[in-house]
Design a protein around this ligand. Structure first.
Ligand SMILES: NC(=O)c1ccc[n+]([C@@H]2O[C@H](COP(=O)([O-])OP(=O)(O)OC[C@H]3O[C@@H](n4cnc5c(N)ncnc54)[C@H](OP(=O)(O)O)[C@@H]3O)[C@@H](O)[C@H]2O)c1
Length: 249
């Protein structure tokens, strides 16, 4: 195995059905972790779990809707052994509902804050207790450079992503005595379904703003996550790791 050894650890990744979350889940599995794959689309998760199983890994598909915040705790309590002892939590799931502020409706605000921030809060609260008991844990949330820089047309998304940073920094302080680290990854522009929607002309303009002169790949984000999940990152907590090609410095 190249890189960090996560054998013996159980990881739960939200938004594991595609894009960055899928890459993170596959990377953590390749590094030896047992995986719980969470998102709404059950068939995609099941296909992925089967594939990981066929290649010598261990994964469980666990359909979960983060927007139903009141049900998350109970749903996670139902996780079967040995998948219920989650050591590594990756809060990755996220949605956008962009609009210029003056036209942004309450529903668009609530939907994004609910899934991206309240959903992460509910999952973290459900899983932190077990980590505290076992005195080992890694909580990693996928924010965005937009949470630090702001972005016109994304007031709801930027607020949720900034919220993840405040939540993580507070939790880092609270959970440090239990040997749990809490960190944030802030990707810039990554090639996924989310960025495929950007018109080509605008994409070229974006690349010009990125010192490393390319969009990120899902693997760039997955490797950063594997590091923060590792034993070797045990002295890193409350940190925001930019994976943005220098877009945010
Ligand atoms: N792509 C970028 O350039 C970029 C840059 C910075 C930050 N990010 C952040 O990185 C994360 C992943 O982005 P991505 O580009 O990979 O997005 P994506 O391709 O749209 O995937 C989003 C994932 O979140 C899941 N999800 C959405 N709503 C959910 C809900 N209510 N409950 C559970 N799961 C839900 C989706 O699965 P289901 O539909 O199956 O539920 C999917 O697996 C997001 O938090 C995003 O904000 C992305």
């Amino acid at each position: 195995m190249t890189g960090f050894n996560l054998e013996g650890k159980t990881a739960l990744v939200t938004g594991a059905s595609q894009g960055i979350g899928e890459a993170i889940a596959r990377r953590l599995a390749l590094q030896g972790a047992r995986l719980v794959l969470a998102a709404r689309t059950a068939d995609k998760l099941e296909a992925m779990a089967a594939e990981i199983g066929e290649t010598g890994g261990e994964a469980l598909a666990w359909p979960l809707d983060l927007s139903r915040t009141g049900e998350i705790g109970d749903r996670l309590k139902e996780l079967p052994e040995p998948f219920n002892a989650v050591d590594i939590l990756v809060n990755n799931a996220g949605i956008t509902a962009d609009n210029i502020f003056i036209r942004m409706g309450q529903e668009e605000w609530d939907r994004v804050l609910n899934t991206n921030l309240s959903g992460a809060f509910a999952v973290t609260r459900a899983l932190a207790r077990g980590m505290m008991r076992r005195r080992w844990g890694r909580i990693i949330s996928v924010s965005s450079v937009v949470g630090m820089m702001g972005n016109a047309g994304q007031a709801n998304y930027a607020a949720a992503k900034a919220g993840l940073i405040g939540l993580s920094k507070s939790l880092a302080r609270e959970l440090a005595p239990r040997n749990i680290t809490v960190n944030v990854i802030a990707p810039g522009f990554v090639e996924t379904a989310m960025t495929d929607r950007i018109p080509e002309k605008q994409r070229d303009g974006l690349v010009e703003m990125i010192p490393l002169q390319r969009l990120g790949t899902v693997e760039d984000v997955a490797w950063a996550t594997a590091f923060l999940a590792s034993e070797e990152a045990g002295y890193v907590t409350g940190h925001v790791l930019n994976v943005s090609g220098g877009l945010y410095i």
